[in-house]
Design a protein around this ligand. Structure first.
Ligand SMILES: Nc1nc2c(ncn2[C@@H]2O[C@H](COP(=O)(O)OP(=O)(O)OP(=O)(O)O)[C@@H](O)[C@H]2O)c(=O)[nH]1
Ligand SMILES: [Mg+2]
Length: 346
């Protein structure tokens, strides 16, 4: 499935129906009074979070979206029906901006969260409404009011608890596929992952957290190198980063320098990301040389204040421990800052 995380759409609420001009005409009633009914209200435009969606793909080819107009009033004092509302479904984590002013209109993160975006136009009044003691045969009616219209930019920022970062080939997708039901593509060439993937990691009997796998980062990513930092916004809202470090032949360069380069890209993308709690995870421990390298270098990361872990996706070494630590780190952070806690299935 294609992953689309930004779309522009033009939305319009329905116009109000016009009021009717009509006079009662019945046999034997020669001068019936005005009986033009009111027009119906135009439909509103609403946004609604649909947790079944994970991308804005459905909106990709719908540039113009419009709620239904109100039906005009009719004779015999019949009011027109209101226009049907338009409900636009979006994935959780969708931000809604006014494209012209740049104003943030809504941040839709909660299940079933709804948002009234645009109001439909009022229906016009029919001539029956203008009957008065001085005007027994009003010919005045009102047109319906136009519905509001806006150009929107919808931007998706996936909602996850933990974000995976690291160079291409570090083993990010392999890790998420080992501990969740997510099945991203895995291969020994860089940039296998082209779009973010989410995986739900279960721990204990009834608890879980969501992990996000994004394309690998390289030096200069914030200037557009590699796949750039376009996908970083999908881990911007996570509470914890796992920085995967691969010491196998697949990685060139000095591991500490590589590590710092990536952290620098995170910081360049957004200053506050450099303060996000981060665990360092050495991958591919089933390879003897990698294990030896890990033992040599581990202390240097710890001296920099990072907790470190060593795992292997092949033997599953260290995976249960890692999941437990992530869960307890998340718990600890959320206890410290309960207002900030996001939803947990627990
Ligand atoms: N021996 C061994 N190989 C691993 C392990 N984890 C990942 N690999 C291999 O490393 C290569 C890269 O793994 P991926 O999971 O695709 O790496 P990635 O970080 O998602 O890479 P990009 O999506 O390109 O950024 C693949 O050939 C994997 O099979 C491991 O624990 N042991
Ligand atoms: Mg990958």
């Amino acid at each position: 499935m294609k992953f689309i995380d930004e779309v522009n759409i033009n939305v319009k609420a329905g116009d109000g129906g016009r009021g009717c001009l009509s006079f009662l005409r019945e046999k034997y009633v020669p001068l019936g009074g005005p009986d033009g009914g009111d027009g119906g209200r135009g439909g509103d435009v609403l946004l609604e979070v649909d947790t079944a969606l994970t991308t804005l793909l459905d909106l990709r080819y719908k540039h113009h979206l419009k709620a239904k107009n109100g039906i005009p009033g009719m004779g015999k004092n019949k009011h027109g029906k209101s226009g049907e509302h338009l409900v636009i479904k979006v994935p959780p984590g969708t931000l809604v901006y006014d494209e012209e002013t740049g104003e943030l209109l809504a941040d839709l993160t909660k299940v079933d969260q709804g948002f009234l975006l645009l109001k439909g136009g009022q229906g016009g009044r029919g001539n029956a409404r203008f009957l008065s003691s001085t005007n027994r045969a009003p010919r005045h009616t009102q047109p319906g009011m136009p519905g509001e219209e806006r150009i929107l930019r919808l931007q998706l920022k996936l909602l996850a608890d933990v974000g995976l970062v690291g160079l291409p080939n570090a083993g990010k997708s392999t890790l998420i596929s080992c501990i969740s039901a997510a099945r991203p593509k895995i291969a020994d060439y860089p940039f296998t992952t082209l779009v973010p993937n989410l995986g739900v990691v279960k721990h204990g009997d009834f608890r879980s957290f969501v992990m996000a796998d994004i394309p690998g980062l390289i030096e200069g990513a914030s200037d557009g190198h590699g796949l750039g930092v376009r996908f970083l916004r999908h881990i911007e809202r996570t509470d914890l980063f796992l920085h995967l470090v691969d010491l196998s032949y697949l990685q060139e360069g000095d591991p500490i320098e590589n590590f710092e380069k990536i952290n620098h890209e995170l910081e360049r993308f957004k200053q506050e990301l450099s303060e996000r709690p981060m665990l360092v995870v050495f991958t591919k421990q089933d390879i003897t040389e990698v294990r030896e390298e890990t033992e040599k270098i581990r202390a240097e990361f710890e001296q920099r204040g990072f907790k470190t872990f060593a795992i292997s996706a092949v033997t599953r070494e260290g995976l249960p421990e890692l999941v437990t630590i992530i869960a307890s780190e998340l718990d600890r952070m959320r206890q410290a800052d309960p207002l900030d806690s996001s939803s947990d299935e627990g």
